[in-house]
Design a protein around this ligand. Structure first.
Ligand code: DQA
Length: 147
């Protein structure tokens, strides 16, 4: 099985970015830990982060060509704005989990809208960097049940 871990804008700054909200783990830590966990379950992981909406869209299109089985996605601020990214995910029809380190619903009102939640397999939020590991484990379980 092949998974893609996608992270949106400003998540390259994790570790130094508002650590009281997002925690101390860097994006590198998260990618390594998620990769190790998935590898222990026999799943290969590719990782991609971009601050640009079109690059994330292109990477989702590429995932279809690469026969990616599942996408773990923190769309970051694009969560609240991007119909184009939502359309990319529904176009390729690859199941995905929406992940947030913080809980957007407990923050500013403009973060309460998500363009992804109603089409995601699962939404994991407010669990910090652990949320990526929970999302990965749950996704493997779900896929194993459907095989
Ligand atoms: C975030 C929450 C978003 O509202 C915010 O724009 C982010 C990160 C999170 O992981 O908590 O950049 O997706």
């Amino acid at each position: 099985m092949l998974f893609l871990l996608l992270n949106g804008p400003n998540l390259n700054l994790l570790g130094t970015r508002e650590p009281d909200i997002y925690g101390a783990a860097t994006l590198g830590d998260i990618e390594t830990q998620t990769g190790q966990l998935l590898s222990s379950m026999g799943v290969e992981l590719e990782c991609f982060q971009s601050n640009a909406e079109h690059q994330l869209i292109e990477r989702i299109h590429q995932a279809k060509k690469d026969q990616v089985d599942y996408i773990l996605f923190n769309p970051a601020a694009f969560t609240h704005t991007s119909i184009a990214l939502r359309d990319a995910l529904t176009a390729v029809a690859i199941p995905f989990t929406e992940i947030h380190l913080s809980d957007p619903e407990r923050r500013e009102a403009f973060r309460h809208v998500s363009y992804f939640s109603d089409v995601a397999q699962e939404v994991i939020k407010g669990q910090g960097s652990q949320g990526y590991l929970i999302a990965a484990k749950n996704a493997v379980k779900t896929l194993q049940q459907t095989i």
